[in-house]
Design a protein around this ligand. Structure first.
Ligand code: GDP
Ligand code: CA
Length: 313
């Protein structure tokens, strides 16, 4: 029996969780998900990382993008564009239902965590998926062009601006959603998904109490590198490592997780960095294949990660 709490962003985390729920009972898994990317769009509350995780685990996700629904259309968005409305953020016709449902319930005063739980159950999922907080937390990106709201930086401007610093508005006055701290305290393993350390994991840790719950937990903490061969599998993680002055490699990621994790999962392509990471950080380094190209690879990474954590703990 191993209860696993996973610190999760979007696509990288969703793929990891998809493997994890196939190697342990899903009811033993809690995904604690980033909400720093959340935004208001045409009056609707959008939670991109929560949707990526739930759509992926429900086998509804668009395999090409890793987010959004499979077989999606954009008639509403095209019509909105004709009306002069915003069309730079892709909201598919079917995806819209999720945002309508969520926004309506938020407007009735229901917390995001309860709404997410209900959506998760509706989709037939047995794992717990929860936003890290029910409070508003928004990632703000400082660039040469000034401060950008997260989705302005990420989608509108295609993550092309070098990032000088990041801020998580609202984090200081936020509290963890119900069950978040308990799931970390009761976990047998805490996993930091192969997510963007700056845009996905840092916002989670900025919610008061979360970092402490991770570091004070009796469970081994295992982090999986999202960087393979000096590159992100997708997204701006490598660019941000660079612009914030970190080593653009799994070593750079390992230094960031040093005080948080006990075990670091390094891709076999980066095996030559193992000695250095081992010598420089307090983490035990375990090398394995981390590219989650198919379901077998996801399952192998999940079981290898759990084994590495439990061997250390
Ligand atoms: P986002 O919110 O959708 O950007 O998702 P995450 O932060 O969860 O994931 C983005 C990170 O996942 C990127 O830094 C990728 O390099 C990493 N990632 C995606 N797929 C894989 C994979 O198959 N293996 C590894 N090791 N990392 C991955
Ligand atoms: Ca995200």
């Amino acid at each position: 029996m191993s209860r696993v709490a996973v610190l999760a962003g979007g696509v990288g985390a969703a793929r990891f969780l998809d493997g994890l729920v196939r190697v342990v009972p899903p009811t033993d898994v809690t995904a604690i998900v980033n909400v720093g990317d959340d935004m208001e769009w045409s009056g609707l509350h959008i939670s991109p990382d929560l949707d990526t995780v739930t759509y992926t685990l429900a086998d509804l996700v668009n395999p090409e993008t890793g987010w959004g629904l499979r077989g999606e259309s954009r008639r509403t968005l095209d019509r909105l564009s004709e009306l002069g409305g915003p069309d730079w953020f892709m909201i598919g016709d079917l995806d819209l239902a999720t945002h309508l449902y969520r926004t309506h319930r938020l407007s009735q005063g229901d917390p995001l965590s309860a709404i997410t739980r209900d959506l998760t159950r509706r989709l037939g999922l047995e794992l717990a998926i929860t936003p890290v907080t029910d409070d508003q937390l928004r990632t703000v990106v400082e660039t040469d062009s000034g401060e950008l709201a997260f989705q302005d930086y990420f989608v509108k401007r295609r993550a092309a601006d070098p990032v000088h610093s990041l801020r998580f508005d609202g984090a200081n006055s936020s509290s963890p959603a119900p069950g978040v701290i308990d799931s970390l305290q009761e976990a047998d393993v805490i996993a930091i998904a192969p997510s963007n350390p700056f845009l996905s994991i840092d916002p989670l840790l900025s919610v008061p109490g979360v970092r402490d719950a991770v570091t004070s937990s009796a469970a081994p903490v295992v982090a999986i590198s999202p960087i393979i061969g000096g590159q992100a599998v997708k997204g701006p993680a490598a660019d941000i490592l660079q612009s914030l002055g970190h080593d653009v490699s799994a070593l750079g990621v390992a230094r960031i997780y040093d005080l948080l994790a006990d075990v670091f999962i390094l891709d076999e392509e980066d095996a030559s960095l193992a000695t250095e990471i081992d010598a420089e950080t307090g983490m035990r380094v375990v090398v394995m294949a981390t590219l989650m190209k198919d379901v077998e690879a996801k399952m192998a990474l999940a079981s290898g990660t759990l084994k590495a954590a439990l061997d250390a703990g």
